[in-house]
Design a protein around this ligand. Sequence first.
Ligand SMILES: [Fe+2]
Length: 459
Amino acid sequence: MANPYLEGNYAPVTRELTEDHPLPVDGAIPPDLDGRLLRNGPNPAVVPADPDDYHWFAGDGMLHAVDLAGGRAVGYRNRWVRTRKLAAELGTLAPRGPVEPIDGPANTHVVHHAGRVLVLAESGLPHAISGDLERARLYDFDAMLTSPMTAHPKLDPATGQLVFFGYDVFGPPFLRLHVADPSGALVRSEEIDLPRAVMMHDFAVTASRVVFLDLPVEFDLDLAVTGRAMPFGWNPDAGARLGVLRRDGRGDDVRWFAVDPCFVFHVMNAFDDGDRIVVDVVRYERAFDAPPGGLIASAPPVLVRWTVDPSTGTITQDVLDDVPVEFPRVDDTLAGRPYRYGYCTVLDPGPTTGPGPTGSRGPAWDQSGLVKYDLVRHESERFDPGPDRSVSEPVFVRAHDGTGDDEGWVLATVYDRTSDTSDLVILDATSFSGPPVATVHLPARIPFGFHGSWFPSSV
Ligand SMILES: [Fe+2]
């Protein structure tokens, strides 16, 4: 059976391009958008002889950069992240030392902090990359970080701290919390006891607390020794819980609260509501339950709100929408704070050429559009990219002079199945269901990937 993650727009691109010239645009790019959209995703440089040995989550990271300035799209380039894993695959490893597990595939996200551009994947250390994307080096916070780092750190907009965690499957402590100060120095690490190694893709951070997701997708050593790329399995009997820790607390101060078994890749946002904590997540009923070493999402994920009340030890769950979604994003300047608007990719369970977003080879879901949630009015708006077109994660960029919480733009890449090409669409977030204000026609296909960030030219 062919591997669906090597077909259609999941298939890797084989060329690195450098297009330092204006790109064709329909519409008008807002001059406010002065910077670079940088996106990351798996793009295996060498496909295994047996396609079944390839797992989407393990492919070599490739970055795609679209540069905007002066109301124009002024360039595009794509580069594999120069990891030791890539060098080993290409036979160019010799000067750079052996590949270690902590190298990671560098395929999940890219963020900026303290003047550095960090490429992230949860199984490894970050890679710091150069502005031209040509160079990458493992970044360990001046030897202060010796264990993996999540691909979903939280930048506190008030303090400039980068708050993140890492999980380690090979031995305790299975979980650590870290804080980097605004200069980039790692100033705190706390070890947190877990009874077992679990996959923990994301977490929540509010102004005062962090919330860990201890959910029953467990590391499976038997699968690991077989060499499978994703040695994790579903074990709901182990229970599920959320761990709450004050941001100034010690690792053994975490308080755990039971929640119904489920899985969550992504937190949309979280905030303090008095003593209570509101955590908005994209929730799966189950994940990683078949086949062995593979993934499955037998029911599509939906956006839910968990309200954690530490005084009563209870968690209330409200389903915010029944539309299947993934890749939730918000205005990052409101991270960890009360917020009104969120943006997600819509998953359409209708006919498509691709697999489900978590790896199921069963029911196929298409990334068929985008949705904007108004969580105060309990309303939503949809962006429809048109027939035979699929959409990436949405990235929100706030307008410089914006006063409303949705005054800005939403940037996403759109893949067209009929032409096998990709565009960058720029939506006015205040007119979300209308046509894009601009569509940039890109010189290369951008495969379905994971996450990206907007890098203003000022950073
Ligand atoms: Fe993610």
